[in-house]
Design a protein. Structure first.
Length: 447
């Protein structure tokens, strides 16, 4: 039997969804949010898939496209670490109008904006023209052949039953009646898309037939169902699919759609969560986005250290403490932190200091006599002494690099799981679960 942990994994990014943004459902909204998300994905995560619609609608992505020097998005797309899921061969320039014609509410709003037409579209065209100079399959991935709408419909139905069960338990009769009215209207429509789910709820709320609390629950349920529907249609035998979205509240994809028994709950001790030190990463990476993209490049020491760390963490999180203990994970995290520190060492700063030192001809003996001189001058004398003992014909002495850029802070840190209001999950879709939800669904037809 093939070990699934050896299969490549890609992650569908639901955190940049405009629907999540609209209803404050754990979205990535700002350029800082996006950059942290991308840096985290490179350092401790997996390659990302971004829906083409989110490229034209998410405000953080639009800022990144307009100001490519301020975000790693362009470099990661060019390297293939970020891929755009496209329904029309990568023609993103006309996508908003096409989606608006299909009745997608958010697309209709975007397509009518002056800022979108006059400012964003030119920047988008320039970026895509640059990407198209390379191979299209590096930054583009075709939409799956399976139609997402029927899968969404099935998962949303399960979410609806979860809300109904909660309301029944609390005997909320008014909300139960409103919920029945909602589902009747939604099911009577010709299409069963998320936008239809939203439009039905909006009409009832505007008519004061749906409370704000229940409206919010339905929007969260619709967002959950949509993100997991994408995970289900993308799942295949060649790779594992993860979905990044808010931790589920209304849906459960731990069992197949037609399973009879609930999954067994296994109690285990609290585990350590391993995450990148973003404060350190932001400071060391700066705007060197190309260097960041190299972290995930196969064949580098950093890549091997990362994959070894990921395998340890995945086995540790799976609950099999007999084969992977905390000490082993910590050791892998330490080795990966060291590899990252070496990868992002500031070579240019070291070269400037080293070159300056040889020009002025300082000596280590002079350092105590020059306390008021700037740091470049103080380091100059050290370089001469270090060069004598650690001279390297290939470049800067190793010891000098440690003096210039050494840091005791770890790139990978660990801590306990907190309880924020909107935890984010990276849920991996089981192929058996995906097959259950998409069974009997016809292939998606491009228009």
């Amino acid at each position: 039997m093939e070990d699934s942990s050896l299969k490549p994994r890609v992650t569908y990014t639901g955190l940049v969804d405009d629907f999540a943004q609209k209803y404050d459902d754990a979205p990535v909204m700002t350029l800082k949010d996006l950059n942290n998300h991308l840096i985290t994905a490179v350092l401790t995560g997996h390659p990302l898939l971004i829906n083409d619609g989110h490229i034209i609608m998410n405000p953080a992505i639009r800022d990144a496209v307009r100001n490519p020097q301020l975000s790693p998005l362009r470099e990661l797309a060019a390297a293939g670490y970020v891929q755009i899921l496209t329904r029309n061969g990568g023609d993103l320039e006309t996508l908003a109008e096409r989606m608006a014609d299909q009745g997608i509410t958010t697309a209709q709003e975007i397509a009518g904006e002056d800022d979108y037409r006059k400012n964003y579209l030119p920047a988008l065209r320039k970026w895509l023209d640059q990407l198209r100079r390379g191979e299209p399959d590096v930054f583009l991935r075709p939409w799956p052949e399976i139609n997402t709408t029927p899968v969404f419909h099935r998962i949303a139905a399960a979410a609806y039953r979860s809300i109904r069960s909660s309301l029944s338990a609390t005997k909320s009769r008014a909300d139960l009646e409103a919920l029945r009215r909602f589902i009747d209207m939604y099911e009577s429509g010709e299409e069963k898309r998320r936008t239809d789910w939203e439009n039905t709820a909006v009409r009832l709320r505007n008519g004061e037939k749906l409370s704000e609390r229940l409206f919010g629950e339905l929007m969260q349920a619709g967002n959950e169902a949509y993100q997991y529907a994408w995970g289900c249609v993308l799942a295949d035998k060649s790779s594992r699919i993860g979905v990044q979205t808010r931790a589920p509240k209304h849906t459960s994809l731990d069992v197949t759609i037609d399973a009879i028994e609930e999954p067994l709950s296994v109690r285990r001790e609290q585990v350590e969560l391993y995450t990148p030190n973003l404060d350190l990463a932001q400071r060391k990476i700066g705007k060197n986005w190309r260097r960041l993209a190299e972290v995930a490049s196969k064949g580098t020491e950093t890549y091997y250290a990362k994959t070894a760390f990921q395998r340890c963490v995945e086995e540790y999180y799976s609950g099999n403490q007999a084969t992977m203990d905390e000490a082993t994970v910590k050791d892998a995290a330490r080795k990966y932190s060291k590899a990252l520190a070496e990868h992002f060492v500031n070579v240019e700063l070291g070269r400037r200091i080293y070159g300056y030192s040889t020009a002025v001809g300082g000596t280590a003996a002079l350092i105590p006599l020059m306390p008021a001189l700037p740091i470049y001058s103080l380091l100059a004398g050290l370089v001469i002494a270090v060069t004598t003992a650690f001279g390297d014909q290939r470049g800067i002495p190793e010891a000098m690099m440690k003096i210039v850029t050494g840091s005791k802070k770890k790139w990978i840190t660990s801590g306990q799981l907190g309880t924020p209001s909107a935890l984010v999950s990276n849920f991996e879709i089981k192929l058996s679960v995906a097959n259950g939800y998409r069974r009997g669904i016809s292939p998606f037809k491009q228009e």
